[in-house]
Design a protein around this ligand. Structure first.
Ligand code: GLN
Length: 193
């Protein structure tokens, strides 16, 4: 059984732990660099990306996470976590940094300008419909050639799920619904690598 860490300095950590366990992984909270070393993959939860960035710096986790992601560790980010995995962001605060790794530009609070939160059924990775919960969600403005688009959502057929090698990101929060399909997809990715 793979051991998957959940970045636990900010965000909806418990919900991801539950979904990962449902998907057949051992889930452990990660607050310290030493804890990061023990995991086969990492989930960065939904929450607030500016706060995540600042806390990750304060607790000396930003560089260690970057190093492991560069080294090929699988990682999955939902919502704020998607922002953390983006190489480029729009609508960030001054100086806002990310972990990076996915060659994409993500626009913060993009859907939020139209409607703060909403749910819809979307086709994820050709696996049929999943219930997607969007909360002040980003969308993906553009992706590089290595990035696979896994899901689009209305309004506007926006890109809301992507994969680049061992990195996965969704604008929505599968951890807030009982269906563990997206987490199972990630656990399979971790098993394959
Ligand atoms: N708007 C948040 C941010 O920019 C993300 C929202 C979420 O994770 N639900 O970090």
């Amino acid at each position: 059984m793979p051991t998957i860490g959940v970045f636990a300095l900010q965000g909806d950590v418990r919900e991801h732990v539950r979904s990962l366990e449902e998907a057949g992984a051992k889930a452990v909270p990660v607050r310290r660099p030493a804890e990061l070393e023990t995991v086969d993959g990492l989930v960065i939860p939904g929450g607030e990306s500016t706060t995540m960035w600042k806390l990750a710096e304060t607790f000396d986790l930003l560089e260690p996470i970057r190093t492991r992601v560069k080294g090929g560790m699988p990682a999955y980010g939902s919502c704020a976590g998607m922002i953390m995995l983006a190489d480029r962001i729009e609508g960030g605060i001054e100086g806002q940094q990310t972990v990076g790794g996915i060659d994409m530009t993500v626009r913060r609070n993009a859907f939020g300008r139209q409607v703060d939160s909403f749910e819809s059924d979307i086709d994820f990775a050709g696996r049929g419909a999943v219930r997607a919960v969007f909360i002040r969600a980003p969308w993906v403005e553009s992706v590089g050639p290595e990035v696979e688009v896994l899901a689009l959502a209305e309004p506007g057929d926006r890109i809301v799920a992507v994969r680049q090698g061992p990195l996965l990101a969704t604008s929505f929060h599968p951890e807030l619904t009982p269906d563990a399909g997206v987490h199972s997809y990630f656990v399979e990715m971790v098993r394959e690598l």
